[in-house]
Design a protein around this ligand. Structure first.
Ligand code: SF4
Length: 230
């Protein structure tokens, strides 16, 4: 046996990858783990999310909302969960919030078709747009981790406290941590205001949420240019 073959015996990732029968049961059995490397592509992951019953949010969804944008994007934006329009259309960040997000990105020459992939912590809409419950987040988080692994972005932006807390464990309010670079799993990340919050706070005065967002998105653009130039 070669050294490589011997070393592979200690490879915990391949040990924990579900066998084909287990993999088929992922959407219907929350007890089947979804370890890293479960999916070879987003195309494999998508039908599992679309038929998923791993948490109670499946009962009231119209569509699972998995993601949109460039699957090879340098920036990934992660929100909390789908709202009513997202649930109806099966796409994240549509409606007024989505339109504002597109404008914010366009202000620094970023667009969702080329530079961005958008996803949520939970793929199915929580009733009445409530915050997803801990068991729902726990059930759905492995899909998101697989999306991040497959997309392999240079930068992650968290829109809202649920996304920030789910991935980094940071519990501070977005207003306290926005605009600050942090490292998570060797990825550069930043929390930014949710566009829905900006819609409720339309002032552009210096120091207002919209003004702060303008500072943050310029910092993101600068950092992306820096990373792309390396
Ligand atoms: S929210 Fe996630 S875990 Fe729950 S049913 Fe939808 S896809 Fe499955």
């Amino acid at each position: 046996m070669t050294d490589d073959q011997q070393l592979s015996l200690f490879n915990s990732e391949s040990d924990s990858t579900p066998n084909p029968q287990q993999k088929d049961r992922i959407p219907t059995d929350a007890n089947i783990p979804i370890p890293p490397q479960t999916y070879a592509s987003l195309e494999e992951l998508i039908p599992h999310c679309q038929s998923c019953e791993r948490c109670g949010l499946s009962e009231s969804r119209t569509h699972a909302v998995i993601g949109r944008g460039n699957p090879h994007a340098d920036i990934m934006i992660i929100g909390e969960g789908p709202g009513r329009q997202e649930d109806e259309q099966g796409l994240p960040f549509v409606g007024r919030s989505g339109q504002l997000l597109e404008k914010i990105l366009a202000s620094v020459k970023l667009d969702t078709q080329n530079d961005i992939y958008i996803a949520n912590v939970v793929k199915c809409r929580p009733p009445d747009n409530r915050t997803p419950l801990a068991p729902e987040v726990k059930a759905c988080k492995p899909y998101l981790l697989e999306q991040i692994r497959l997309i392999d972005p240079k930068i992650i932006l968290f829109t809202g406290a649920t996304a920030l807390k789910t991935l980094t464990g940071e519990k501070k309010a977005i207003s306290k941590v926005r605009g600050q670079w942090l490292e998570w799993n060797q990825l550069l990340c930043m929390a930014i205001f949710h566009p829905a919050y900006l819609l409720r706070n339309p002032s552009r005065e210096k120091g207002s949420p919209k003004w702060l967002m303008w500072q943050d998105i310029q910092a993101v653009r600068d950092k992306l240019d820096e990373l792309r130039s390396v």
